[in-house]
Design a protein around this ligand. Structure first.
Ligand SMILES: [Zn+2]
Length: 382
């Protein structure tokens, strides 16, 4: 059954109407296949060849690779199909229904970032009967907001490949060429409970955790002395001791204690090296306190991203009239970059409206986005 690709606002409304929340909490997590299937049907209708690629070990999740034309090089326009969870009671309209108000399109994912797809498709429509010398690829990924498993799977497969990639995250149409990485880690200490009146009856996980905290704070100071990047408002790597749980009673030796922290490395700092360094610092504490001590990553982490000497950045700066900037949030950019693509993050809408009630895409973002994407396609695909 063939589906006609509708006009822009209809596309936007249909995408918003699909709940495609991705979340580490299973109650919230939804498949992104309905979004992927819809995009594939529209792009099929326009003459793209479409490929739905299931994400390994993530049932119900898939990436879409839709390609127009062929040849070396080419341009990827990339977006994620999922959204964050939402508090319906705090919205002024149905989050899953596109609502026009005050020259804005309200809806969950309107700016972050299902709204990017109709604009990218709108730009692509101008080139359907042109003879593309290099491919235009519209890439739609899974699980960006939770695990980035979609982009991770693409990076592992090394596919698709193009010379350039634009990720349409909300940046108010300013080119972004740098962001920090994100790690979320946990330290679990198991000691032995006992009567508090005699310390020799147990092994205090809390005492050991005190030493762990000191080590981590010491390591943070070291990192902040050694690494600095003045492009960022917070110019040093950060390590936040986020939460701690342990013990049950004042008169019992604490048998177990868990810590969770995040670490945001600057470009040039490797996630695995950081984990290794932390583990080396912490592991001697196990013997010292007679406890077991384990470190785990809560998720695989997002590498930092930096693309400074880039042709695409220069072109984007010229087209938008904005100098490339850094952002404080992580994106799929490092994964596309790993695949060899000159990558920037640049899209409509503001991150200020993302991840909160009454998310919207302002009307005045739409025409400039389509115009810039058309110029990018003309430059890199014709
Ligand atoms: Zn996003």
């Amino acid at each position: 059954m063939s589906v006609r690709c509708p006009e822009l606002v209809t596309m936007l409304g249909e995408l918003i109407a699909i709940n495609s929340v991705s979340c580490t909490q299973p109650d919230w997590d939804h498949s992104n296949l309905p979004v992927i299937n819809k995009l594939a049907a529209w792009l099929d209708d326009l003459g793209f060849s479409t490929e739905i690629s299931p994400v390994p070990d993530h049932p119900g999740k898939a990436n879409l690779i839709a390609t127009l034309g062929s040849g070396p090089g080419g341009l990827v326009l990339s977006g994620h199909t999922d959204t964050v969870p939402f508090n319906e009671e705090r919205w002024h309209s149905d989050p899953l229904q596109l609502t026009e108000r005050d020259n804005r399109f309200y809806g969950l994912g309107s700016c972050d970032m299902k709204g990017f797809f109709p604009l990218a498709i709108e730009a692509a429509k101008r080139f359907l009967d042109r003879d593309l010398q290099q491919p235009l690829i519209i890439l739609a990924t899974a699980d960006e907001e939770s695990s980035m498993s979609g982009a991770r799977a693409l990076a592992e497969a090394g596919y698709p490949k193009a010379r350039y990639a634009i990720i349409g995250e909300p940046t108010s149409l300013k080119p972004i060429h740098m962001h920090k990485g994100i790690m979320m880690e946990t330290v679990r200490i198991e000691g032995r409970a006992g009567h508090s009146s005699d310390p020799s009856l147990g092994a205090s996980a809390l005492d050991a955790m005190h030493a762990v905290l000191s080590e981590l704070i010491g390591y943070r100071n070291e990192l902040q002395q050694n690494y600095h990047n003045s492009n960022f408002r917070v110019s040093v790597p950060t390590l936040n001791l986020g939460c701690i749980h342990g013990g049950d009673n004042p008169n019992r030796i604490c048998a177990s204690c868990d810590l969770e922290y995040d670490l945001r490395p600057l470009p040039g700092m490797d996630l695995d090296n950081l984990r290794e360094a932390i583990s080396q610092r912490l592991s001697p504490l196990a013997d010292q306190f007679g406890v077991s001590l384990e470190t785990h990553a809560l998720f695989p982490g997002v590498p930092s991203f930096s693309n400074e000497q880039s042709e695409l950045v220069k072109v984007a700066e010229k087209l938008t009239g904005h100098q490339a900037e850094c952002v404080a949030f992580g994106t799929e950019a490092p994964f596309l970059q790993q695949m060899g693509m000159d990558t920037i993050v640049m899209g409509p809408g503001s991150i200020d409206q993302a991840h909160q009630p009454d998310e919207y895409l302002a009307f005045d973002q739409i025409k400039p986005t389509v115009a810039i994407l058309e110029q990018m396609i003309a430059r890199y695909c014709l």
